[in-house]
Design a protein. Structure first.
Length: 200
């Protein structure tokens, strides 16, 4: 059911009214405006309304490569010392350590690359369901004024789970968010991953 809008002055857009508590005006803002407020970062609201998962940046991956190389270098140095001083345990241990650290670093970097690729692929879908949403500071709910793509109010956690599921970020949903239940209802229209109607 579309949210009612109060009449504004001539030429001004009508005020959006919260369907849960009836608030309008400054307490009711778009989710984007709420997240841009410095106070929402301090309160954690911007994290609860996040459009996409927080993934390691490219510079983070570079740092992880450098750290892995340094640690692998220590293992290689230990192996070299074992060869120089005829100490097989040092040689074997150092070699194994260097190989394990190199393999571990490659696995971490590959995982970070996949996470970034998944978020980049799903961001347009997330944007479509995140951008039109409004947040009411009076009752801490999130809703769509037009009643679509979700017909009723959601908590910030329910909203984030809905957005992330619709965008295909299922792998990034942690245990706490996985346990969040969405209220009964069906998203209004085809908004799931790949354009199919989706249930979070």
């Amino acid at each position: 059911m579309p949210t009612e809008k109060t009449e504004g002055p001539a030429g001004a857009p009508a005020a959006v009214v919260c369907p849960r508590c009836g608030a309008s005006g400054p307490p009711v803002r778009t989710v984007a405006e709420a997240c841009a407020d410095p106070g929402s970062a301090r309160s954690g609201l911007s994290d609860r309304l996040a459009k996409t998962p927080d993934v390691p940046s490219g510079s983070d991956s570079v740092m992880h490569v450098l750290e892995g190389m340094v640690l692998a270098g220590i293992g290689a140095g230990l192996a070299h010392s074992g060869v120089q001083h005829d100490k097989p345990p040092y040689t074997i241990g150092g070699t194994l350590l260097a190989v394990l650290l190199l393999v571990g670093t490659l696995v971490v970097i590959r995982g970070e690359f996949r996470e970034r690729a998944a978020v980049a692929a799903g961001e347009p879908r997330a944007e479509r369901v995140w951008r039109p949403a409004h947040h009411c500071a009076s009752c801490a709910c999130v809703f769509y004024p037009a009643g679509t793509p979700w017909p009723g109010p959601l908590t910030p956690d329910q909203f984030r789970k809905y957005v992330w599921t619709e965008a295909g970020f299922d792998q990034q949903i942690d245990e706490r968010l996985r346990d969040v239940e969405l209220p009964p209802g069906t998203p209004a229209g085809p908004s799931g991953p790949g354009g199919a109607t989706g249930h979070a």
